[in-house]
Design a protein around this ligand. Structure first.
Ligand SMILES: Cc1ncc(COP(=O)(O)O)c(C=O)c1O
Length: 358
């Protein structure tokens, strides 16, 4: 494998023409990274060229067996104008774990990181400057071999695109309403829930539509076997705050994505004096603890929203408010702490950020 990336000429757009409200994953930058894989050659033709449509055979395996993985991380604009990457090596490791789970080749981690850094160095003008915005980084791998057989393909495409984004929820740090699905499930232990692969998300859309129609924004997923234990909320990990002091989150069961935000917030919470636990969380207990006032806050954790406080839970026709429907102080403190590190406003004791010299 060669690690020299071919840089193609690109017609540059003007990031200052973007609307103030960026949305999430709506706008894309001028360039993308791509490389191809064959069993005979390994990875080849690494290129940074114009952002452009892909040309794929209609029989490409991704369209038939759904072999595709992706990941998501962000580049943050610091106050001094430079750009921070946050724990991007954790996302790279997860990208490769997802690929292994789906029977796909891995990418050399160092080279993947080099591709991201080089792409962002070329596209740094697109890292937005408004509060809480960022440049979302989306690496993808798809099976491109023309073959309908269900077997491990022999050809793949790996690409990385960039999107200037606002926080995932239009309201920013506003609390979201969550519908508890007692019908559909997202992922099962031993299945693909730990992998970031589109089937998990495609399978969640019908339930999300039901939630939206009922006036909620996200779905809380219960475990697929007993419909009893809490898994995740939308495309986020979930945390319950007990009496303003203790953070409780479902243990990584095999059906839950290993969130980088979750992992980071558990560390920061302990540093801030909270206790934490990772264990099976029985939803009936959660309801009793909310009603009994022991659970004082609930929030989702993920790269898109960072922290999304939960205002209320809808379950079997009932609506259960949390903290009077308002974001709570623990969510706020953790949000400020983590975003402080990501944007370079606070010390970074764990060396989670890399500052690019752009
Ligand atoms: C299903 C799911 N759970 C949790 C997360 C949160 O993970 P992270 O904090 O790494 O963004 C994501 C987002 O990537 C996700 O898609």
């Amino acid at each position: 494998m060669t690690s020299k990336i071919l840089i193609e000429a690109v017609t540059e757009g003007d990031p200052t023409q973007l609307p103030t409200e960026l949305g999430f994953g709506v706008h894309f930058t001028d360039r993308m990274f791509s490389q191809r894989y064959s069993v005979e050659r390994g990875w080849f033709d690494p290129t940074i060229g114009p952002y452009r449509p892909l040309t794929l055979d209609p029989a490409a395996q991704v369209f038939h067996n759904g072999q595709m993985v992706f990941d998501g991380t962000k580049a943050y604009r610091r106050d001094d104008g430079r750009v921070n990457l946050f724990r991007v090596e954790r996302n790279t490791a997860r990208f490769n774990l997802s690929a292994q789970r789906m029977g796909m080749p891995t990418v050399p981690a160092e080279f993947h990181l080099q591709a991201i850094e080089q792409l962002i160095s070329l596209e740094h003008r697109w890292v937005p400057r408004q509060a809480n915005t960022a440049l979302y980084i989306r690496p993808v791998m798809i099976a491109t071999e023309k073959a309908l057989a269900v077997r491990a393909p022999r050809e793949f495409l790996h690409y990385i695109i960039l999107s200037p984004v606002s926080p995932y929820f239009a309201g920013g740090f506003a609390a979201v309403a969550v519908y508890v699905s007692d019908d559909y499930v997202r992922a099962v232990r031993g299945g693909t829930g730990e992998a970031k692969t589109p089937g998990n998300y495609a399978g969640s859309i019908a339930a999300t539509e039901i939630a939206l129609a009922k006036g909620y924004q996200q779905v809380l997923w219960l475990d697929a076997v007993e419909r009893r234990y809490v898994d995740e909320v939308g495309a986020m990990n979930i945390a319950f705050v007990y009496e303003g002091k203790h953070l409780r989150t479902p243990a990584l069961s095999g059906a839950i994505l290993h969130g980088v935000t979750r992992e980071s917030l558990l560390v920061l919470a302990r540093d801030l004096g909270y206790t934490t636990s990772e264990e099976r969380v029985d939803f009936a207990e959660v309801l009793a603890d909310i009603r009994g006032g022991r659970i004082t806050e609930v929030f989702g954790m993920g790269t898109g929203a960072v922290i999304a406080p939960v205002a209320r839970l809808g379950y079997l026709g009932q609506d259960i408010a949390i903290n009077g429907g308002e974001p709570g102080p623990v969510a706020r403190q953790l949000f400020d702490e983590l975003t402080g590190i990501q944007y370079g406003r606070r010390p970074d004791p764990y060396g989670w950020t890399r500052t690019l010299s752009v």
